[in-house]
Ligand binder design. Structure first.
Ligand SMILES: Cc1ncc(COP(=O)(O)O)c(C=O)c1O
Length: 388
């Protein structure tokens, strides 16, 4: 029996059966179990920041696992302290860090932190954006603005009001003195790499300041260089009260972070929250290797090259290109992203059918000019194939 059949028999059906079984990778290149080679333009869903098997990541993780792999939160260790200090340094604002293992857990911590804040003065509800995605655990899911994945698991413990993303007037109307916190992505990732209009995040900051609601920036997909900045909100000149990270931070190893700025960083008391694995030494060593080896200038230059190249493609199926840095969506004139994903794989490129009319392109942040040019050159043929 092949791997896909074995997967189908052994796994819950929540993912369906993924079409390709990957065996190994090197940089932006990956090979499937049959030996076919691909250029990886999805990077483990915007996660494999340094590419596959980056020597610095391999060395850091190997050294750490051979030294001490796990301590639990009963003991502190140097990699977690170094990583927290480094993140705060990059953020250039006073804050406190909590490490989790994933994006949804980072948001769960943010949710609890915000609840603690809100309950002090009787605040009653959250605000989040329609089509936003914050994760699959119950707190994060309740904030996720996609009804098809949320509604069947409700009712949720706290009311969440949803507003159209990017509409500052709607946000202003929804956020009153009873609002606990506003959860927003600086650019919506899962919705189709959708940036808001200029000034939206700054407006959200003002609205939160005037009502006392906390501003939570979910940067689980957008941070750690993906947008061409360490953190996407830095481009908006705004400091949130709470920031959540995951994905690219560990470069492929599981880690999430919830960072509270100013007073928000001191809301948890001893015993309020915890995780056995959160911030484990191996994941922290991986994250330190990521932060030490990322080249933001490369992301900006190569991201611009990719975007300009795709924009110049001039194909009837390609309506436009959205996004920033190495985090783009090719927007299609027809809802055929599944066919584009398939045609791309047949041509040797991995991309992701994110929405029916949007294909996510998020290669490792070390993708080379030659690899970007190869993808751009192949894209018209991929679109031709998908249009058939
Ligand atoms: C913005 C955002 N928040 C939260 C999550 C959930 O992260 P995880 O899958 O690590 O739980 C994701 C995952 O795609 C995301 O894009």
């Amino acid at each position: 029996m092949n791997l896909r059949d074995r997967f189908e028999q052994a796994f819950m059906p929540n993912y369906g059966v993924p079409p390709i079984a990957l065996a190994r990778g090197e940089g932006t290149r990956v090979w499937d179990v049959d030996g076919n080679e691909y250029l990886d333009f999805i990077g483990g869903i915007a996660t494999t920041s340094l590419g596959h098997a980056h020597p610095a990541l391999v060395e850091a993780v190997s050294k750490q696992v051979a030294t001490i792999a796990h301590t639990s939160n009963l003991f502190l260790h140097e990699p977690e302290v170094l990583l927290a200090e480094k993140l705060l340094d990059l953020l250039n604002a006073p804050g406190r860090v909590f490490f989790a293992n994933s994006g949804t857990e980072a948001n769960e911590a943010a949710y609890k932190l915000a609840l603690k804040y809100g309950r002090r003065d009787g605040r009653t509800y959250f605000v989040a954006a329609e089509n936003g995605f914050h994760g699959r655990t119950i707190g994060a899911l309740s904030l996720t603005g996609k009804r098809s994945i949320r509604d069947q698991f409700g009712p949720f413990p706290v009311e969440v009001q949803f507003v159209p993303y990017g509409d500052a007037a709607a946000l202003k109307e929804a956020v009153t003195g009873d609002c606990i916190a506003v959860f927003l992505e600086p650019t919506q990732g899962e919705a189709g790499v959708v940036p808001p209009p200029d000034g939206y995040f700054a407006a959200a900051r003002e609205i939160c300041d005037s009502t006392g609601a906390l501003l939570v920036a979910d940067e689980i997909q957008s941070a750690i260089g993906r947008s061409g900045h360490w953190f996407a909100h830095q481009a908006d000149g705004v400091i949130p009260d709470i920031l959540t990270l995951a994905k690219g931070l560990g470069g492929g190893l599981p880690i999430g972070a919830c960072i509270g700025f100013g007073d928000a960083g001191r809301l948890f008391d001893k015993g309020d929250h915890g995780s056995t694995f959160g911030g484990n030494p191996v994941s922290c060593a991986a994250a330190l290797a990521v932060l030490d080896n990322l080249d933001l200038d490369h992301v900006k230059t190569i991201g611009a090259r990719l975007r300009t190249g795709l924009e110049a493609v001039g194909h009837p199926l390609l309506k436009g290109v959205r996004g920033r840095g190495l985090w783009l969506a090719a927007v299609l004139a027809e809802p055929v992203s599944g066919k584009v994903q398939q045609a791309a794989a047949d041509a040797g490129f991995l991309v992701n059918a994110l929405q029916p009319d949007a294909v996510r392109i998020a290669p490792p942040l070390v993708v080379t000019a030659e690899q970007v040019d190869a993808f751009v050159a192949a894209f018209p043929g991929i679109l031709d194939e998908a249009a058939k």
